[in-house]
Design a protein around this ligand. Structure first.
Ligand SMILES: Cc1cc2nc3c(=O)[nH]c(=O)nc-3n(C[C@H](O)[C@H](O)[C@H](O)COP(=O)(O)OP(=O)(O)OC[C@H]3O[C@@H](n4cnc5c(N)ncnc54)[C@H](O)[C@@H]3O)c2cc1C
Length: 414
């Protein structure tokens, strides 16, 4: 365990998030070439959401993953299901104009609500809990900037309240200039969510295989994906949901891969619990976010994300990152026990504009992709499942063009 004074004890488990290792969906090896309507490559939260949706639509679906499903970014996720996007609405408006930015926020709100009702309807046991979110003033995002953000959100038809210093202090005991309090967020156990959705897909007729997709032979009518053992799957459509590992032909000007850290404290005493255990977050360069778990731990994440990809380098950075996160926790909640029982890092894909890359892959007519989610990974995974199922079903909605996979870096960000 690592405490704020820097004393390091031997039981600090680097690399493990505190999620349940629940029942995994059954997986088989690919013992012959196959054919199906849709092949989903990747069985993290995105692959699970897409597969569950397509099976529900009556498609014959195969899913392949080269690792144990869920053990990519999904297992490391802190699973704060926020509709508020990493890039504030005011900033997204500067990049894409108010209408498109507001539409992205409204779609994100619908996605979190949609995910909550999917989990309820399909009875997925993933410890999902409805939550408010509390977005705190920090750094240059001061009270005035938050008020401007609030006014834009109201104009976009989004719910929430502005809390001034006094109200924030009275309601949450937090010493910050201001905050935005918003409904309709949630939290969950990300591994149980991904496994539960995939189990539904398999129970509904989906086929989950242990296989590494190494070659894509794309055509106008169908695509054949060849696995590393030589077997192949031919499909009318192939959905790429490989997380931060994108195939070479998917190079994107605005996508980057980054490493981020999180810690979980031991269970905290009742006096530390804040109102409604809202999801707390702030958007500065050295951002911090926190949530609780059902067994009263506080999960703290953020700090400076870094482009470290080697596991050893990530592990050696973990003690410093842990100290930073625990100091942030103590600054926000002085009564909390600032101590890490587990600390872990994870790699994920993100984009320069804060929006995901979802849709057709140029030059490959039967390939659809879902990448680059940043901190809104699970919310955008739900959005990806809706959009991809719509395209495969021959439907179109105006918003389907809002997240193009091959978009260049917007001029406002150059
Ligand atoms: C520490 C941390 C905290 C986070 N916190 C949040 C949060 O609070 N809220 C939130 O919404 N998001 C959060 N995220 C982001 C979120 O976790 C990710 O965006 C999301 O899990 C991505 O899911 P995915 O299914 O697209 O990718 P992954 O989970 O990485 O799954 C991709 C799968 O594809 C498989 N694969 C790759 N290549 C191949 C291949 N060639 N053949 C077969 N299989 C292949 C991999 O084995 C893997 O299982 C966080 C991420 C991290 C790391």
């Amino acid at each position: 365990m690592l405490s704020i004074d820097g004393a390091q004890h031997s039981d600090l488990r680097t690399g493990r998030a505190p999620w349940a290792n629940g029942a995994r969906p059954p997986r088989r090896s690919l013992d012959k070439d196959r054919r199906c309507d849709v092949l989903v490559v990747g069985a993290g939260i995105t692959g699970a959401l897409v597969a569950e949706h397509l099976v529900r639509d009556g498609r014959d679906v195969c899913i392949v993953d080269r690792e144990r499903p869920g053990l990519g970014s999904t297992a490391a996720s802190t699973a704060m299901l926020l509709w508020e996007i990493d890039r504030p609405l005011a900033s997204l408006t500067d990049v894409y104009g108010f209408e498109r930015a507001a539409r992205a926020y409204r779609l994100s709100l619908q996605a979190v609500r949609g995910l909550q009702s999917l989990v309820e309807q399909r009875q997925i046991a993933c410890r999902m809990r409805a939550r408010n979110s509390l977005y705190l003033a920090a750094g240059t995002t001061d009270a005035q900037a938050l008020m401007k953000e609030h006014e834009l959100r109201v104009r976009a038809g989004l719910p929430g309240h502005f809390l001034d210093y006094q109200t924030l202090r009275q309601q949450f005991g937090i010493d910050r200039e201001a905050a935005l309090l918003s409904p309709d967020a949630a939290d969950a156990d990300p591994l149980c969510l991904a496994h539960g959705l995939m189990a539904r897909a398999v129970a509904g007729g989906g086929h989950l295989f242990d296989a590494d997709a190494v070659h894509y032979d794309t055509g106008n009518q169908r695509t054949t994906v060849v696995m590393d053992d030589g077997h192949s799957i031919e499909a009318d459509w192939v959905v790429l949901a490989t997380g931060y590992v994108m195939p070479d032909f998917m190079a994107s000007e605005i996508h980057r891969v980054t490493t981020t850290w999180a810690v979980a404290t031991p269970p905290q005493p009742r006096r530390v619990r804040w109102r409604g255990e809202a999801l707390i977050w702030e958007a500065t360069e050295h951002y911090l976010y926190l949530r609780t778990t059902e067994d009263h731990r506080i999960v703290v994440g953020g700090g400076d994300d870094e482009a470290i990809s080697k596991p050893d380098d990530r592990a050696s950075a973990t003690p410093d990152k842990t100290q930073f996160l625990l100091a942030g926790l103590r600054g926000l909640l002085p009564d909390a026990e600032p101590c890490a029982e587990t600390a872990w890092s994870g790699v994920f894909g993100t984009t320069a504009d804060g929006l995901p890359l979802i849709g057709p892959v140029a030059g490959h007519p039967r390939l659809l992709a879902a990448y680059g989610y940043g901190g809104n990974g699970i919310t955008f995974g739900f959005l990806a499942a809706e959009l991809i199922a719509g395209l495969i079903g021959g439907r179109r909605a105006a918003w389907y063009d809002d997240f193009p996979v091959g978009r260049p870096l917007p001029s406002a960000l150059k």
